[in-house]
Design a protein. Structure first.
Length: 234
């Protein structure tokens, strides 16, 4: 593993505590540009905490995080965001009173970037001047993703994109994430629907009780349901 590779995110032996004790224990992982890593595991396993420790919402107790070889372990969330680490948090967080266009302008002032982003979501082009609150749940999730895309991330952390969405909408959004990653963006995809997330991912991480119980090819978990089941059991 080349931890100095440009735009590669590397966690080395990261441990994160909150409240009573560690919620992430000794996690190591690398996210290369253009790769998608599915992060799956039972409820309360620590998936959200893992993403929060990468974006800087919470700080690691030990271990290191580097980005392009530079140590980011102690950087604030703001500084990590400036480096291109963008976090789409669990649960939709749009500005409901703003229009779709205004929501995107919060992420980027660059017209060309917004136009390019909208190419991924043709549905939104017709709703640009509508208050986001009036959009369907699926359209709102598109706004959330579009805003993250418009921020021009180098690493994109997505937490439970499927939450509250009809399966058909979720299935529509997965290939969009895949297409976006293919432009050279490293993606960590936390998802309850393991099979679907694995289907668009190159790599996979199974977390159970804060520990990594599988780290490797996503395809292997799809081919070997028993390996996936065992990893979930820890
Ligand atoms: N703000 C917090 N303060 C203290 N403990 C927390 C906090 N948020 C989460 N935890 C605890 O950390 C552990 C991991 O939670 P986390 O939300 O990271 O899991 P998760 O895998 O994302 O779960 P889910 O699939 O339900 O979203 C749990 O034991 C949870 O109770
Ligand atoms: Mg979570």
């Amino acid at each position: 593993m080349n931890s100095g590779a440009p735009d590669t995110l590397v966690l080395d032996d990261l441990t994160v505590s909150r409240g009573i004790g560690p919620v992430i224990s000794h996690v190591s992982l690398a996210v290369a540009p253009g790769s998608i890593t599915a992060v799956v595991g039972p409820n309360g396993a620590g998936k959200t905490s893992l993403l929060e420790s990468i974006s800087g919402v919470i700080q690691a107790r030990s271990g290191t995080a580097t980005f392009g070889g530079a140590d980011i372990t102690r950087l604030s969330r703001r500084k990590r965001a400036k480096l291109g680490i963008v976090h789409v948090e669990q649960g939709r967080a749009i500005f409901p009173s703003l229009t779709v266009r205004e929501n995107l302008q919060v992420a980027s002032r660059d017209r060309a970037t917004i136009d390019r982003t909208l190419e991924y979501f043709p549905e939104l082009e017709k709703r640009l001047d509508a208050p986001t609150a009036l959009l369907s749940g699926g359209e709102q999730q598109m706004v959330v993703l579009a805003r993250a895309f418009a921020a021009r991330p180098k690493v994109l952390l997505i937490d439970e994109m499927s939450l509250g969405l009809a399966p058909v909408v979720f299935l529509r959004l997965l290939p969009v994430v895949q297409e976006f990653a293919a432009t050279g963006v490293g993606v960590l995809l936390v998802e309850q629907f393991a099979q679907l997330a694995l289907g668009i991912s190159s790599d996979a991480l199974v977390i159970t009780s804060g520990h990594v119980t599988y780290s490797g090819a996503a395809a292997r978990l799809l081919d070997e349901p028993e390996t996936l089941r065992k990893a979930y059991l820890g």
